[in-house]
Design a protein around this ligand. Structure first.
Ligand code: ACM
Length: 543
């Protein structure tokens, strides 16, 4: 009997220890083997690093100093007891790929190995997150081997509708890095504002970055109420360079989105000749999709777009350049004699074909400049807007979209994904009903966001490889302030980070929720106005 009690006690202790050692890391690593004991950070003597890992060592040193007041030298010798060792080894790329890492913690040593600096950076993020729970005191003994499910893990910020500014973008980049997201998709241009300085066309920002007022109110899209306050803001090229560099230090690629041929009112307000009828218009104060579009048949407009892209290429090292291409209302083209004459001359049958014809020329230009085009899935020429009064009768294009383009799927069904994949396109899945951060928590509660699978169940296996990742989109028509934006983004950003990184079989909502608790404290300390879980889990609460 005594023996049995003893045994039960042992089992309880083991269970308690295992529980206490549960790792709180978001996104959940793909392989975790917990061991006995823990590494005490207070006893750590220093950080060792191999050649190439200096920056990551400095970042780790700084993070431990700032958050926990731990002073660790960054030149500790290899294999020394009680050190944290960051080791780059190119040979590991076979197992770990471009972004994976191996983290081993014993009571006397923490080692992070990876084939790339990005991998070391992700290992460091896992280490930093795992120690939040103990306020920086302990790293549980563990072996983690981890790499992302997808290469494209994006967050999009729309600054055209409401400009947020450099400091806010940096805060968001910090949080993306913490969550191992690697793509900042920057929506810099739309009807209601042009936010990027283009030296050759100064009016784009002089005129296009300012509007007199902004639609507000309950009715939202149909609102006739206005703020009565002017709204403006743009990034100088110097500021863009600063942000691109800031992102790169965090292993985040910045993908600029320059909308064409629609969502172009701010540009047309600056230079009326960009539109089809050379009318003076103002930068719109209302939201929606019913504004002017570029006259893509004009050589001067084509030259303008190429000039803009040249400045964009110079500012953004990104291989992929996003050209929007969504929600183009064809009314302005329908009304234009010149556009219709051009179509006749070139044997272009429909306005959808004209858009694909234009998009293909842009894609060719982007490729000639060593980059690759990406656009919302309308660029394929298939009408996905039967629910919009003004677009429901639009025909599908017969013109085939240029090859080597990334299709950014946001609306439509799995057939559309299948069609794109079967033609060889790569896709990023940002299905609006699952990934739009402007949608409120009653339509996308946290658990629903977390449950998103960028590879739809119905998609044939042979096409799974065409899905290169996922995006989460902060559209900002109705999100004027920083606080309102934080409320929409956090904590859902953490869910989307796990969607992009963690293999489906390793996901578990309860475990995610547990890991979120220490992260909420970190956000609170940073002044991030996240939605409390009681709001973020709205649907769950109501069920
Ligand atoms: C979009 O939401 N218009 C891509």
């Amino acid at each position: 009997m005594k023996k049995l009690l003893y045994l039960i006690l042992l089992v309880c202790i083991a269970a308690f220890e295992a529980g206490a050692q549960e790792l709180n890391i978001i996104p959940r690593p793909n392989k975790i083997e917990l061991a006995k004991g823990q590494f005490a950070l207070g006893a750590a003597k220093g950080i060792h690093y191999t050649s190439g890992a200096e920056k990551e060592a400095a970042n780790l040193e700084k993070a431990l100093q700032e958050k926990y007041n731990l002073s660790l030298q960054t030149n500790a010798g290899k294999g020394k007891k009680n050190t944290i060792s960051l080791e780059l080894d190119k040979k590991l790329s076979k197992d770990l790929g471009k972004e994976g890492y191996r983290l081993t913690a014993t009571p006397t040593q923490v080692t992070i190995k990876a084939a790339t600096e990005a991998g070391i950076h992700y290992g460091v993020q896992s280490l930093l997150q795992a120690i939040y729970t103990s306020e920086g005191k302990f790293m549980p003994a563990v072996t983690i081997e981890d790499k992302p499910r997808f290469e494209w893990r994006a967050f999009m910020l729309d600054e055209a509708r409401h400009f947020k500014g450099k400091e806010e973008v940096k805060l968001l980049l910090d949080e993306m890095a913490r969550l191992k997201m690697n793509t900042f998709h920057w929506h810099l241009v739309d009807d209601q504002g042009w936010r990027i300085e283009i030296k050759k066309y100064p009016k784009l920002t002089e005129v296009g970055s300012k509007r007199k007022s902004t639609a507000i109110g309950e009715k939202k899209w149909n609102s006739n109420k206005q703020s009565g306050e002017p709204h403006s803001g743009f990034y100088t090229q110097e500021e863009i360079k600063e942000i691109v560099a800031y992102a790169a230090e965090r292993h985040i690629n910045v993908v600029p989105e320059i909308e064409m041929p629609g969502h172009a009112s701010a540009a047309i307000a600056a230079y009326p000749w960009l539109g089809t009828d050379n009318q003076n218009i103002e930068v719109p104060v209302k939201f929606g999709r019913f504004y002017d579009i570029y006259d893509v048949t004009s050589p001067r407009v084509q030259e303008f777009l190429q000039d803009v892209l040249q400045e964009v290429f110079a500012l953004f090292p990104s291989k992929v350049i996003h050209i929007g291409g969504d929600e183009v209302g064809y009314e302005a083209w329908e009304k234009s004699e010149k556009v219709n004459a051009y179509m006749k001359e070139h044997g272009i049958k429909t306005y959808a074909d004209l858009q694909v014809h234009f998009t293909n020329n842009i894609s060719k230009y982007i490729e000639q400049n060593g980059r690759r085009m990406m656009g919302w899935n309308e660029i394929m020429g298939i009408n996905i807007h039967h629910d919009f009064e003004e677009k429901k009768a639009d025909a599908n294009a017969e013109t085939e979209l240029a090859k080597n383009v990334v299709v950014h799927f946001w609306k439509g069904d799995v057939e559309l994904i299948t069609q794109a994949a079967s033609k060889g396109y790569q896709l990023v899945n940002s299905l609006h009903s699952m990934t739009y951060l402007d949608y409120n928590y009653s339509s996308i509660p946290l658990q629903k966001a977390y449950s998103f699978d960028p590879v739809p169940q119905e998609l044939a296996k042979e096409y799974h490889q065409n899905i290169i990742g996922t995006g989460s989109q902060m559209w900002s028509e109705w999100i004027p302030t920083r606080g309102e934006m934080h409320y929409q983004v956090f904590p859902r950003l953490a869910a989307y980070a796990e969607v992009g990184w963690t293999q489906p079989q390793n996901k578990n909502y309860e475990q995610f929720r547990q890991a979120l608790l220490p992260l909420l404290k970190v956000w609170e300390a940073r002044g991030i106005h996240f939605a409390p879980l009681s709001d973020a889990e709205e649907q769950k609460k109501n069920q």
